[in-house]
Design a protein around this ligand. Sequence first.
Ligand SMILES: C[S@@+](CC[C@H](N)C(=O)[O-])C[C@H]1O[C@@H](n2cnc3c(N)ncnc32)[C@H](O)[C@@H]1O
Length: 312
Amino acid sequence: MDYANQHRPVLLGMALAGLRVRADGIYVDATFGCGGHSEAILQTLSSKGCLLALDRDPSAVQIAQERFRGDARFAIEHACFSTLEEKITTRGWLGRVDGILFDLGVSSPQLDDSARGFSFLKTGPLDMRMDPSRGESAAEWLSHASTDEIANVLREFGEERYALRIARAIVAAHKKEPLTTTERLATVVAAANPRWERDKHPATRAFQAIRIFINQELGELGLALPQALAALAPRGRLVVISFHSLEDRIVKRFIRREARGEQLPRDLPVVAAAFHPRLREIDGVVRAESAELADNPRARSAVLRTAERVET
Ligand SMILES: C[S@@+](CC[C@H](N)C(=O)[O-])C[C@H]1O[C@@H](n2cnc3c(N)ncnc32)[C@H](O)[C@@H]1O
């Protein structure tokens, strides 16, 4: 299978530079997807290097098993990255990992496969679960969610100005006939949305919000970042690629907080060493350059941040 064309890895060169891959190092790709970043890491590793990949999507795990079958340096786990510390501890790698990559959000195969129900451009079952074997689908949630619950999700995870109006339309439509397809949800949302932004489908924000909620994406990230820090060796690198401001805000705040160290009362006479910063921010925000933007539209909203574990 042509994996390289299934999902084009975003900010590949910058992610590798951020990870500063050492040939004999231990690395984690927390979001395997189609394995574009994993492949590039493996190309730099010697026979002594190791790469553990995680993905919550069973299809991604299958791709990994096919793509890197027989490569003793590589292992894949079907797992959420909020279980990172457990996976690392089992391998005896806590405090020893040289680099961890998070390339957040959905992959191209997830968006392109209408049966997964992520896209408002394709008719399919209203599912949106990255791991279809667990939890509620979007259709199941919408079948019992109240107007207020839906409005809160649209507001919080989609920054949707017309959240209440759209939520009311969703609940009314569901009462007439259960909402089970992406196409019907997109039509209902578009009809209820009074503000159509340029170059943006009127259901974009609602679909993003429901997807983030169904997969608990921000909660997962908040749980995973401290675990990644615990996993890293001194001078180990954390690289995170985010695709919207909600994710990036969590990453930015985490890195800044860990770079500042413990927050002690301002008037306490303490020396700098007492603050124990655990991370050092590297290079601030990195975005795709024009050549990649022209080539890969997904790169438009990508933001990469890198931090290094401070030696203790
Ligand atoms: C943008 S894609 C990664 C693409 C990959 N870097 C590549 O080059 O092919 C994100 C992947 O992360 C997975 N994912 C998202 N959230 C996750 C989580 N909390 N735990 C584990 N995997 C997750 C998704 O299932 C998806 O396959």
